[in-house]
Each structure stands twice: as C-alpha cells, then as structure tokens.
Design a protein around this ligand. Structure first.
Ligand code: HEM
Length: 454
C-alpha cells in the first residue's frame, strides 16, 4: 500500500507563473500593473515562482504558508536582498538587522513603544493633528498628500525629540528621506536585479550616502546633549538611551541607526494609511456621518486623547478596513538562510520569498466581496484583532511592526482631529490612483473642507 508523504503531495519545486519572457522574466508585467499581477498569482498555486529579470523569486499566496514563513520557520529566513541594498544608504537598525543583532535590538527598542509610553506621545499626536485640521479653512480645497506627509513627519519628530529641535534636523531628515525613496525604488526594481550582475549598467548609480552622513552628524549632536543630562524627557529618544542594563545598553551608533529606522518605517506608512482612510471617508457620506456621530458623542467638542481610544470604535473599524484595502506595505519579502522546505517546496539557501498583504487582503476566499470598502465587516470590539496571516498590514511573527500601537494611536487621533472639525468631500471627479512603490499610497487627494458642526 502507498501512503503519500508531504514531499509527494506537494511539488518540491514551485511551478513557474505563466507569462515569463526571456531575460526580463515577469518584470514587465510586474512593472505594468503590479497590484493586479500579485493578485492573480494565487491562481497558479500556494507557492509559485516568478522571475524579476534573471532573479527567481518564490511567491507565497496561501495564508497558511505565510504563517509558516513568519512564525514556525521564521528563524530560517532573513529579510533579503532589498534590505542588504538599503543598509548602506539607510543604516542598519531593526528593519534591516538579522539574527542575534535583530533579537537584541528588538528587545531594547520595544520599551520605547510600551502602552504607557504611547499614552505620553498621544498628546503630541493629537495637538499636531488638531493644529493641521484647524489651519484648513472651511470652503477651501487642498491636496492632502503633501499636508499629511508634513503632519506625520512633524509628529514623528516631536515624539522622537521632545526638546526644541536642532535647526538642521528637519533639512537633514528631508534630504535623507529623498534618498530613502530613491534607494528603495532601486532596490526593488528589475534594473537593480540586473545591476547585481552588470554593475556598470547605464542608469544605475549607487545611492548617495551623503544625506545619511549629514543626518547622522545632527543626531550625534542631539544624542550628546541628551547623554549630558541623562534625563528622561518623555520622548522616544530618551527611552532608546535609557534602555538595557550597564553592559547591554545601545551604543550611540546603534541609537542613531534605530532613529533612522524609525524615520524609514514611521513616516510613509502612516501618511499613506491616513490618506487612504480620508479618501474612503470623503467618498462615503454615510460612513462619514457615523464617524461624526461617534466623535460628537465621545468627545463633545473636546480634543481627542489617549483615553478616548476605546470609545472610538467606528473610527477604528474604518481604519482597519482602509488598511485592509490599501495596506501600505503591500509587498514583503524574506530570504532563506539555510536549506528549508516551505509549504512543501524545497528552497536552497539564498532563495528569495515574497508575499503580498495586498493580495491576501483582496483574496475572495478570505474576504467576501473583497474590493468593497465595508467597515462593518469588522467586529465592534474596541481593539479589532483580525486573524493574523489573513490580515497583515503590520506583518506578523518576530518581525511584526514594533510601531503598530503607535500607528493605531496616531491614525485614530488624526482622524478624530480632522473629522471632529471638518466635513470632507472630494474636490473633483478625477480618479485617485495608487502609486505602487515600496509603500502603496494615493498619487493625490484633493479634498474640500466644510465647517462642523454644520
Ligand atoms: C500604518 C503604519 C504602519 C504600517 C502599515 C507598518 C507596517 C510594517 C510592516 C508590514 C512591518 C513588517 C515588515 C516585514 O515583516 O518585513 C513593519 C516593521 C516595522 N515597523 Fe512598521 N508600520 C507602520 C508604522 C510604523 C511606525 C509608526 C513605526 C515607528 C515609529 C514603525 C516601525 C517599524 C519597525 C522598526 C519595524 C521593524 C520591526 C522588526 O523587524 O523587528 N512602523 N512595519
């Protein structure tokens, strides 16, 4: 009698997705319509192989195998080629670190994001958002994308550094952010895949390390001033400096890397989420009315604060749904460190594995009518906890976003601040398009503000 082993039930090599062409692989299709491309891959199996130029990548489309990748098999993987490429221009903090370095940094950075600490940052988040909303005169139309970018950067800087800011900090961060976007695009692009083999390909240039050097210099100055007093100023930086015992604390260079990582991780993602949420709300008067009712009842005109979060149930539902339909981290990746079998597919060391929160969130087998924006699909409990691995805006497992609670707090307070003061309507009928970079964000968001209560 014959019994199937796992190796027989699943192919040892994943099937190649249709549409591969010589040299370019699937790069043209991935480039032309990446969101559609990643959604369609589920048709070809739970793990399928695609080629970005010459580079093979295993693409996981099954939530169970994503769970395996992120939890039970997590130790067999690091973050992969893109993150190697980012280390030079962006530094080596939690996002790029691997192995023991990651474990140590994670343990030391985590206290800066404890609940009690976030409660302190919440005042800054609320104040900044209220000021931005108040400055938006009723009856005027603005493109909210740059406004929101400024707001989230401002909020992050003010939660990182409580004291009067170094005059060069803003410029240094902005300069570094532009390199960040450039480097991340390069690291993901098929051209970069080619450049690994032909480094002198025209058009490819290594990312400029100058902005990182300038930002590091400013931060060293700020860290020096903090060390001189040793005081906890209630901000994120104090926590990074005070964490760990005498033999284990983060060094100045490590703190600098972590600060830079927080700029990298905590700006584009938050601003994209807030923009998508406001986009959906502005197009749905019924959803907006329910949010206004909730805010009027819960806040009665007061400024929103940390203690109000449990009462803002509908606001949280709207954000949960916005992050399902438009997860900023739409594509995530890992690389095998050793021979490993994932979902029955054998991977050699160095094999790259991708998965897409966007594709999972719009999989019709996981969500009814997945393209519909429906906040009511989420339970009313104040802390919406969707099953991990089918809902992954913040990832999962050992590399789960360390800023998740920070982000929920910031997003909820920002929505409360904007909608407490304004009613929003779309300014024109030109469709808003998703820009698909390392972060998925709207290309523009022209909205008109109206006075409230109206
Ligand atoms: C809505 C906003 C945010 C989204 C959608 C988001 C998403 C993510 C995702 C998906 C990961 C895991 C990446 C992977 O598994 O490869 C991650 C990691 C991370 N995020 Fe966030 N993030 C957000 C906000 C923030 C904020 C506000 C901060 C900090 C201020 C932050 C800091 C980090 C860090 C440091 C990591 C690396 C954690 C590790 O590897 O141990 N994120 N984020």
């Amino acid at each position: 009698m014959r019994t199937d082993t796992a190796a027989e039930r699943f192919p040892a090599a994943a099937p190649i997705a249709p549409g591969r062409v010589p040299l370019a692989g699937h790069a043209a299709r991935l480039h032309r319509d990446p969101l559609r491309f990643v959604r369609e891959l589920r048709r070809h199996g739970p793990v399928t192989r695609i080629y970005i130029g010459p580079r093979p990548v295993h693409f996981v489309t099954s939530p169970d195998i994503v769970r395996e990748l992120l939890t039970s098999q997590a130790r067999s993987f690091d973050k992969g080629a893109m993150f190697d490429a980012l280390r030079g221009p962006l530094g080596d903090g939690l996002i790029t670190a691997s192995g023991d370095r990651h474990l140590r940094h994670r343990r030391l950075v985590q206290p800066a994001f404890h609940h009690a600490r976030i409660a302190r940052y919440a005042d800054v988040m609320s104040e900044r958002s209220l000021a931005r909303a108040a400055a938006w005169k009723p009856g005027t139309t603005i493109d909210l994308v740059p406004q929101i970018h400024r707001l989230t950067l401002d909020t992050l800087l003010a939660t990182l550094f409580a004291d009067p800011q170094d005059p060069e900090l803003h410029t240094a961060v902005e300069g570094w952010l532009s390199v960040k976007y450039h480097s991340m695009r390069l690291a993901l692009s098929p051209i970069d895949a080619w450049a690994e083999r032909i480094p002198l390909l025209p058009g490819w240039r290594p990312p400029d390390a100058g902005p990182l050097r300038r930002l590091v210099a400013v931060q060293e100055r700020i860290i020096g001033a903090y060390r001189a007093t040793g005081r906890d100023r209630g901000d994120l930086l104090s926590m990074l400096l005070l964490t760990g015992g005498p033999d284990d604390a983060l060094t100045d260079a490590e703190v600098t890397d972590e600060l830079i990582t927080l700029f990298l991780a905590g700006t584009g993602t938050v601003s994209a989420s807030l923009a998508w949420a406001l986009y959906e709300i502005s197009r749905r008067p019924d959803v907006q009315r329910r949010l206004h009712d909730e805010l009027d009842t819960a806040l009665a005109g007061r400024a929103p604060g940390f203690d109000d979060l449990p009462a803002l149930v509908r606001t949280r539902q709207v954000l949960t749904e916005a992050l399902r339909l438009h997860p900023p981290s739409w594509l995530l990746m890992r690389r095998a460190l050793r021979p490993v079998t994932l979902g029955g597919v054998r991977l050699a060391p160095g094999a790259e594995v991708f998965f897409s929160p966007y594709a999972l969130h719009r999989d019709p087998e996981l969500y009814d009518d997945p393209d519909r924006f429906d906040p009511e699909r989420w339970p009313r409990q104040s802390a919406v906890r969707a099953p991990r691995h089918t809902y992954l805006p913040f990832g999962a497992g050992t590399r789960l976003c360390v800023g998740e609670d920070f982000a929920w707090t910031e997003l909820t307070l920002a929505l409360a601040a904007f909608l407490g003061q304004r009613r929003l309507t779309p300014a024109d009928s030109t469709p808003v398009r998703p820009l698909v970079g390392t972060v998925l964000r709207p290309d523009r968001l022209p909205l008109t503000a109206h006075a409230r209560p109206s």
